[in-house]
Design a protein. Structure first.
Length: 267
């Protein structure tokens, strides 16, 4: 379905039927709603997953590529769909969006899940914006054969399902000649990165009143664990479920386990 968030601007929303408290899923930067299908299929609850601006099948206006606007868009989706205090779950940048949503609109949210995001603070991770911009600017891949990217994804993520690989490929648009192009152009991608630099989540975390579940994908680095526990300490009601050696895209790697953990928020 398509939902209006501003006059003339519509976002695509995927829906799975169910019973109980609703879930609303928010993807990360340069991702798409389809990646939440595996989690949704393992939940008994009804769920919706939104494609943000210039992601997935949503409209691509010239403005609105920042975390605050994305949070306002998600609030508009909740209102338009008349969802009753859903559990709102965000991955990566989507976690930062959910943090702002829960802080600014506590009346709309019945719980939040932060999947390897929600604590991302680029200004503390890089010495300068120039360094951040250089490191996080995505590579030029327009024109790459879709088959080549599919082969690379399959080899790089052997524990992902075929559906998860195909959902990730949907981050790109396949041209008639079999090559790909970004759905989110690099200039708009970097506008979002800049907003993440300008809007650190720490200022919003203490304002969250809903129950929060933090689900970090953990490698061997201790610094990330410190960031996660510091973020959790700022939220009034929070808990952490660690995913040792998990992929950043936990919803693609462990959809059943993630669904089981998130279901605890629907009580």
């Amino acid at each position: 379905m398509r939902v209006a968030v501003e006059p003339g601007i519509f976002l695509n929303v995927r829906h799975h039927d169910g019973v109980g408290r609703p879930f609303l899923f928010v993807h990360g930067l340069s991702s798409n709603a389809q990646l939440w299908d595996g989690v949704a299929e393992h939940l008994p609850n009804p769920s919706w997953a939104v494609d943000l601006r210039s992601h997935g099948e949503s409209d691509a206006p010239e403005h609105g590529y920042d975390t605050a606007t994305a949070a306002a868009d998600v609030a508009a989706v909740i209102a338009e769909l008349e969802l009753d205090r859903p559990v709102v779950v965000g991955q990566s940048w989507g976690g930062n969006i959910v943090v702002q949503l829960a802080a600014k609109h506590p009346e709309l949210v019945g719980g939040i899940g932060l999947v390897d995001g929600g604590w991302i603070d680029l200004a503390s991770a890089f010495a300068s914006w120039e360094e951040c911009e250089r490191v996080l600017r995505p590579s030029e891949i327009d024109g790459l054969p879709a088959s080549q990217l599919r082969t690379w994804m399959t080899k790089a993520h052997r524990d992902w399902s075929e559906a998860a690989v195909e959902a990730t490929l949907a981050n790109m648009r396949e041209r008639p000649d079999g090559t790909i192009e970004r759905r989110l152009p690099i200039d708009k991608h970097m506008m979002i990165v800049r907003s993440m630099w300008d809007e650190p989540p720490a200022q919003f975390l203490p304002l969250i009143t809903a129950q929060a579940l933090l689900l970090p994908a953990m490698g061997p680095e201790a610094e990330k664990a410190s960031r996660v526990t510091s973020a959790a300490a700022l939220i009034r009601r929070s808990s952490i479920v660690w995913y040792p050696n998990g992929d950043h895209d936990l919803h693609a790697q462990h959809p059943a386990r993630l669904a089981a953990d998130l279901a605890t928020l629907a009580g």
